[in-house]
Design a binder for this molecule. Structure first.
Ligand SMILES: Cc1cc2nc3c(=O)[nH]c(=O)nc-3n(C[C@H](O)[C@H](O)[C@H](O)COP(=O)(O)OP(=O)(O)OC[C@H]3O[C@@H](n4cnc5c(N)ncnc54)[C@H](O)[C@@H]3O)c2cc1C
Length: 414
């Protein structure tokens, strides 16, 4: 059978897939590009899904990353709704689920992740929702009606953002978190305590240290039984318990997978013509000098830039400090760096006024920041982390001394 042949085939039409397609053109790539997505939409932004789009404050069209015409202008051939089923490394082809075969010189895997699901009886009932795709939110949005009882399973970012929208829409909201505190995997006990207070003061019931034991109801679910025996009545459930990277294609093709598709610092897998970027990639970060898998828009975009440079044979840009944001109520959280292994924390500003930041140090060097409604401090801290600046807790906590003044400070190694 004749196969269509492309210079680059990109599997996954999400943030990373879209960015690498346009990045290739920006870097002068002139051969053919094909973007293959399994969702029925052109590439779109996911962050608004748990924020403005769920709240009904953003129209569907505002989610799209690029105007439709720009794909034509940049000669990026796109197809949506049918995914890639398999890769033949020897033949350098992919097979789609409709049996179409496409040949490539370079293959980019930008397959993202899938939500981790509750494995309980009732978890597939219609009032149990997940928050990953436009279709998820189209189903969920109409359930966000004043007076309904919303139970959010999982006190991570997605769950807490959904809880905040629930309060805005005047639902009765309960968050259930199995670990002893919300956001336990991503931040310090101080920040978790702040977010628990912020949600409670706005009307959320936050239950920590207890998991979900069973779902009851003949459908729909009407009661959540917690592992400590408490029973919570519910009309709507939102489950936000993390994602699992989509590694199956790579795994079946014999590529190394370990918490994501393993790549070097240029996003190349062990097959030098196959790359992996975004949420699905476990890449060697030149900033941390070790492998990391991150789930954020800035990470997807940075890896897309690196991948485009690698395919075009250009110098590989270095990894930068990872960062992330989350919007809950009127709280704008911006985070940079990774807190792993911190041994000191400096609180700058006043958490009770909901404008402050937490700076994390390891061996007196600034390694991470969480900034709440402090955009100026966030920008300065990000540079301090990038430059591996040393500082004392007292200096960082002194709100009268600008952080950016430390930028001329002494560089240390991590
Ligand atoms: C609700 C929500 C809120 C978020 N909020 C923030 C935020 O505030 N800040 C932030 O930085 N990040 C946020 N994120 C994370 C961010 O959106 C992701 O890190 C980012 O989208 C990752 O981009 P990606 O291209 O790697 O993956 P994705 O955007 O998930 O795209 C991957 C695409 O590949 C498709 N695919 C998978 N397998 C195949 C196949 N075999 N064939 C074809 N297509 C396939 C998937 O269906 C998907 O469309 C949020 C995520 C969610 C879900």
């Amino acid at each position: 059978m004749d196969k269509q042949a492309y210079g680059v085939i990109i599997v996954g039409a999400g943030q990373a897939g879209c960015d690498v397609a346009f990045g290739l053109r920006q870097q002068g790539y002139s051969s053919t590009i094909r973007l293959v997505g399994d969702e029925n939409y052109p590439p779109y932004r996911r962050p608004p899904l748990s924020k403005t789009f769920l709240a009904g404050d953003a129209p569907l069209e505002s989610l799209y990353l690029r105007p439709e015409a720009s794909y034509r202008d940049q000669r990026i051939e796109c197809s949506y709704g049918i995914g890639v089923e398999s890769i033949d490394r020897r033949a350098r082809t992919v097979r789609l689920f409709d049996a179409t075969q496409l040949a490539f010189d370079h293959l980019v895997l930008a397959t993202g992740g899938k939500v981790r699901r509750l494995s309980l009886r009732g978890a597939d009932y219609a009032n149990v929702h997940y928050v990953r795709t436009i279709d998820d939110i189209l189903r969920l949005k109409d359930q966000f009606l004043a007076g309904k009882r919303l139970v959010v399973v999982g006190g991570g970012f997605i769950g807490l953002e959904a809880a905040a929208v629930g309060i805005k829409k005047k639902l009765n909201v309960t968050v259930v978190e199995a670990l002893p505190r919300v956001l336990a995997r991503v931040t310090s006990p101080e920040m978790s305590a702040f977010y628990e207070r912020a949600h409670r003061s706005r009307g959320v019931t936050v239950l920590t240290g207890t998991g979900v034991h069973a779902l009851e109801g003949e459908p729909p679910v009407d009661t959540i039984v917690l592992s400590d025996g408490r029973r919570i009545p519910a009309d709507v459930l939102v489950v936000g318990i993390g994602i699992v990277p989509n590694i199956e294609l790579a795994d079946a093709a014999g590529l190394a997978v370990s918490n994501g598709i393993v790549t070097d610092s240029s996003t190349k897998t062990e097959a030098p013509y196959i790359y992996a970027i975004g949420d699905c990639g476990n890449h060697r970060s030149s900033f941390f000098d070790r492998h990391v898998r991150l789930e954020s828009v800035p990470n997807a975009s940075e890896q897309a830039r690196i991948c485009a440079a690698a395919i075009c044979g250009k110098p590989i840009p270095p990894s930068t400090v990872p960062w992330f944001w989350s919007d809950q109520y009127d709280l704008k959280l911006q985070m940079a760096g990774l807190i792993e292994g911190y041994d000191q924390i400096a609180i700058r500003g006043d958490p009770s006024k909901e404008s402050f930041c937490a700076l994390y140090l390891r061996d007196r060097t600034i390694i991470a920041v969480d900034a709440v409604n402090r955009p100026g401090d966030f920008v300065a801290s990000k540079k301090l982390i990038a430059e591996r600046i040393a500082a004392s807790v007292d200096r960082l906590a002194d709100d009268t001394s600008p952080l950016k003044a430390l930028l001329s400070g002494v560089k240390t190694s991590i």
